[in-house]
Ligand binder design. Structure first.
Ligand SMILES: [Fe+2]
Length: 164
């Protein structure tokens, strides 16, 4: 958000969220259960927790909403992996990463994301079936390279406004 809106505007937005006096629930699953129980109108979670709930119970009464679909797209999280410079089994480590990145959704193969309802690392791989319920979406990929450099600013901003 800082990459797109700048720090000042981002702080205004987050202060707006805080003005709604949000309840902090330290579990994406419990956030969804709280919404399902009618004790909360809206919550912020990673999508795959809802995907996993819907796999277990297709009538789970919570709907997904993706923010910013008419402009920059929704923020996405990254899963990353690498091999350390001094890894003793470098060749096998690289093989494992390549396997995870290319075989993730083959039938009967765990790969990445395995049994979780996440989007595959390999864009040509078939996403988990439950994700078809969520439809397509616009992701904010433009800001991804700035996640690292802006992280400290973002954390300080959240601390300033009391966001947890
Ligand atoms: Fe998670």
């Amino acid at each position: 958000m800082i990459a797109n809106l700048g720090e000042r505007r981002t702080e205004q937005v987050v202060r707006g969220w805080m003005a709604n006096r949000p309840i902090f629930i330290d579990s994406d699953s419990r956030i969804l259960d709280t919404i399902a129980a009618g004790k909360c109108d809206v919550g912020m979670t990673n999508h795959y927790y809802l995907g996993n709930k819907l796999k277990a119970d297709p009538s789970f009464p919570v709907k997904l909403f993706r923010a910013n679909q008419k402009d920059r797209g929704v923020q996405v999280n990254l899963s990353g992996a690498g091999v350390t410079a001094n890894a003793p089994n470098r060749e096998n480590a690289v093989k494992l990463l390549e396997w995870l990145a290319t075989r993730g959704q083959d039938p009967g193969v765990a790969g990445l994301p395995g049994g979780n309802s996440e989007y595959p690392v390999n864009p040509s791989a078939q996403p988990p079936e439950v994700l078809s319920r969520f439809g397509s979406f616009k992701a904010d990929l433009a800001s991804l390279p700035q996640y690292g450099p802006l992280q400290t600013k973002a954390i300080k901003l959240l601390e300033r406004v009391g966001y947890k």
